[in-house]
Design a protein around this ligand. Sequence first.
Ligand code: ZN
Ligand code: ZN
Ligand code: FE
Length: 756
Amino acid sequence: MVRLKLHLQGAVQGVGFRPFVYRTARRLGLSGYVSNNPAGVFIEVEGARGRVDSFLRELETDTPPLAKITHRETALAAPVGYREFEIRPSSERGAPAAVLLPDMSICADCTRELLDAQDRRYRYPFINCTNCGPRFTLIEGLPYDRPNTTMKAFTMCPECQAEYDTPRDRRYHAQPNACPRCGPAVWLVDAQGTPRARGESAVRGLLDAIEQGGIVAVKGIGGFHLICDATREAAVERLRARKGRSEKPFAVMFRDLEQLRAYATPDPEEEALLLSQERPVVLMRRKGEALRAVSPGLLTVGAFLPYSPLHHLVLEGLDVPIVATSGNLSEEPIVKENDEALARLGPLCDALLLHDRPIHRRCDDSVLKEAGGAPQFIRRARGYVSMPVLLPTRLKRPVLAVGGQLKNTFAIGFDTQIVLSQHIGDMESPESLAHFEETLADFCALYQFKPELIVHDLHPRYETTRWAQAQTGADRVGLQHHYAHILSCMAEHGLRESVTGIAWDGTGYGTDGTLWGGEVFTCDLTQCERTFHLRPLRLIGGEQAVREPRRVALSILFDLFGEESLEMDLPPVAAFDSAERAVLWTAWHRKFHAPFCSSAGRLFDAVAALTGRIQRCTYEAQAAMMIEDCYDPDVTDRYAYAIDNGQGDGQIDWRPLFRDLLADRDPAGAPTRFLNTLVGIAHDAAVRVGREIVCLSGGVFQNGPLRAMMVRRLGEAGFRVYHQRAVPPNDGGISLGQAYYGGMLKRINGVIHEGG
Ligand code: ZN
Ligand code: ZN
Ligand code: FE
């Protein structure tokens, strides 16, 4: 006879783990108990040695589908004579190391019941079970138990309670368990908030509104969606006008793969990603012109499949796919409360479908893209947050990383993990800052987290920098933006050695006060040398040049040909009138309001403008997305470039590149030749730096073909190449790098120049 004590951590709460342990122990005739507390799952099993061994084996091999054990501690002890095996009530004590689980998409069993007319939950929008349903957005505290969720207000009916209490039932301890008799309900209101229908007739009313070309707001899992018929151009255009989003693509939800295949051409990897438990939005090639208005000027569509019961009810009732975009005004946080929806979304839509299951925290849909067999995040939120990034080493202190300015996320690091927040968004609006503070307070409470060190960007005008600088009670350190990008890549792969870091990005603040973004670093966890960088160009008009590729193109032309550029017959020149041209030339050559920047992202803008694709952008990375669309694998040659030019200044000179491009007699192939040139530059730079490991990060690597080519080319040359898989390569991932840096700093004194 032995007694084994086990402590498990990871995704082990709210995934049917305790019932699994209970069933396994009972079947093997073992006694003891299992319990949850904030530090994880505790188990004691007592019985014959061989049976305890079998128990341990099954714990490895037969765990519930959503469970992931990240830490396991075992200890043998003298038997105490337990009589049976029981599930003990959760305890609130102990350090909260338990994983806060992501929201789970509806499982196949629940979908079947949802559409089964004989089932007591037929067409019930809140059906769920132990293997599916919301978690992250309704958990108020740990451990994960019903009284700690927004379901606490709903008392289960006897039938639901019996399911909840029966270890063999698939709803055993399913915290959001509910049915039409005892659980939340939906209702439909008009734009003024007047109730129109409840339950099934509310869903019917919603479908009618969509079929008539209306725009509706629907309360979902992590917030509201704005929805309309994706194939009706007039409805889509009206949604654009009302939402203040002139061209940025909308995500489209399809009933199933079969419907999707009529509008897009997913490959098997993309289909697998669409069907994955997390159900992200996946960017892929669209087909035909039916969805033209959804992603104007692009050949792609952001597609996803139903992930909640309500989505199934909506799409089963329609013959068309729907636009399902975050319920917010351009770049503001997603709306989650009923009142808030009436006030903010009411003016944008014709009807709203509300429900009474409160959303505790906002969470947008995640967006991924597949390239070269590797899915990559564009936005990391629902389904993935808050699974931590696990480190092979222990952080030296609890650290808070506040992220950047656009696509912001923050991160908290403690012990051996870093937890990133969900996508917070662009920090420009006061609402975003409030969302940031609210989410941070929430994370701190949930994890009982108090930082000893706060890491922020160096940009003095980022909202997050200002916020960090106003904090007292913790040390602070600023970290260069692109170094943070590379550290983010190093963190997710557990790298500590000296590496070549290729950080190609939009713009970020450099240590010399100019804007960077085309950097090749030699760096480790504490030091970073800027070994190579793109030749700086002048952003004529500063920020305005980031929105107008034609200004970047002109700056490059001025650098190459001086004032004569103004006489050239080129699209970006023609995009200005003669008075504007004169002003731009003066600004450029007098260096007036034309700051230097070495950003690789701006070169994409210049290529897009010079080849006549776009002169002004209405959303970030628009020009880069158009360049990516033009990629042609049959074009294999490239333009010229020069690294260092014998000057030893570390400059990567793009002037030969643009001379070649302007002389190119095959303009259709120009974007691909440009990408091929970037691959050549990366290869040559990596050879010169001479480190075995190359890390790729920065927004430019959202370009799938470019990243895939770089990984292949550098791999063939014998480098070990790492890119971002766990977090986005864009600014949504820098908080991870900041946290890794701050958590691994050996000394704070002497490294920190401020704060404390
Ligand atoms: Zn289910
Ligand atoms: Zn019930
Ligand atoms: Fe960046």
